[in-house]
Design a protein around this ligand. Structure first.
Ligand code: ADP
Length: 366
């Protein structure tokens, strides 16, 4: 173990996610077990700029594993993106003799981690976000709990939809990623879903609802990703109007599918972390400490096929952009042909898996 690590800092940044506390606990306990002191940085990178840190003992992280939110608090700190803010952060780290940082958050947090690494502070990122939008990792901390919260609440909506023969369109979080949407659509028996990764045919959706209503189906659920902020309410209006007109035309009031809209928004950002999020957070926390104390930096911890690994942050960010189709000119320049081929193969496989999942969903929702 590299001797230079006497004290490390840990922070949570960006959008909070259930399981972040479990990750902070794991980082703290693993570091203490290796003879390294730990400082908790309050409110993400803001805490570094404003010198708000607290020492973390084993007792301080006791009774936290089951709690959602983040007891270190989180903040979005624009000042940290500027060189002057960054220099204040470095000065705080030096003042407290902190030799390395573990930053738990999403892609913005990792950009900050790269900036610290580039200025001589070894930093490792841990993906903590409900959105599961870190392309390199199969899972992020909080994703499973958020999906669990979605299905519990959608099940409640189904109860009342079935009683009143209604449709409920539900908008769920996930930023630009449809992972929460597609998985919860499958798990709640939704009749359709709208995700950024696959085209949505609104006409076909309305026709499907009418066909199924004619066949006697009472309740309908549609899950929409927050990537389409206007779509959910518009779809509700359209289903209401189209089916009402049809009911009047055919003189059959059963054809009217009364529809309502519900936006879950931050409701699914809280709640007791699930077993799998607590396990992922614990494993990733310990792994991050191992990587940092082994002298590594500018990496994020990822999970692929159930195994933990680490990946260079710049590489993971290019992978993200490749997946989302947002690559800009010159971004691939610093990578070798072999690395680019590996990235393309990874993206292809990931997209194929996603497409298969979507095809399965479509097949069983006839
Ligand atoms: P997330 O980490 O969930 O993606 P944000 O994008 O809000 O959330 O980023 C969290 C924090 O990380 C920001 O408030 C800021 O302090 C820091 N950060 C984001 N982008 C950068 C950047 N380009 N350079 C340095 N720090 C950044």
């Amino acid at each position: 173990m590299a001797q230079k690590f006497r004290k490390i800092g840990v922070l949570t940044s960006g959008g909070d996610a259930p399981g972040m506390n479990a990750a902070v606990r794991a980082v703290t306990r693993a570091a203490l077990a290796r003879g390294v002191e730990v400082m908790g940085i309050i409110g993400g990178y803001r805490g570094l700029i404003h010198d708000e840190l607290i020492p973390l003992t084993s007792g301080d992280v006791s009774n936290k594993i089951q709690l959602s939110g983040t007891f270190l608090y989180s903040d979005r700190c624009l000042e940290f993106k500027e060189e002057a803010g960054m220099q204040k952060a470095i000065a705080t780290l030096k003042k407290h003799e902190i030799d390395g940082v573990i930053a738990i958050g999403g892609d913005g947090t990792f950009r900050g981690a790269t900036d610290l690494s580039a200025r001589g502070i070894p930093t490792i990122g841990i993906p903590g976000t409900i959105d599961n939008d870190i392309t390199a990792s199969d899972n992020t901390i909080g994703f499973n709990t958020a999906m669990q919260s979605v299905i519990e609440n959608v099940d409640r909506l189904r109860d009342t939809c079935e009683s009143h023969a209604r449709c409920n369109v539900v908008e769920v979080m996930g930023r630009g990623a449809g992972d929460i949407t597609i998985n919860t659509a499958i798990a709640t028996g939704a009749v359709d879903c709208v995700i950024p990764e696959c085209p949505f045919d609104e006409d076909a959706c309305v026709e499907k609802i009418i066909r199924l209503r004619r066949a006697g189906k009472r309740s309908f659920l549609i899950i929409v990703s927050e990537a389409f902020p206007e779509l959910g309410e518009a779809l509700v209006k359209r289903i209401n109007n189209t089916t009402k007109e049809l009911a009047e035309k055919e003189g059959n009031d059963r054809l009217w599918v009364e529809s309502k809209f519900c936006r879950f928004a931050h409701l699914v950002r809280g709640g007791t972390p699930t077993l799998s999020d607590r396990l992922l957070a614990t494993k990733m926390g310990v792994y991050a400490v191992d990587e940092l104390l082994a002298g590594k930096s500018d990496l994020i911890v990822i999970e692929q096929n159930g195994e933990l690994a680490s990946m260079n942050i710049a590489y993971s960010q290019v992978l993200d952009r490749m997946y989302k189709g947002t690559l800009k000119e010159g971004m691939l320049d610093k990578f070798t042909a072999e690395q680019i081929a590996d990235m393309e193969a990874f993206i292809k496989a990931k997209k194929e898996t996603f497409a298969k999942t979507y095809a399965m969903f479509e097949e069983i929702t006839g």
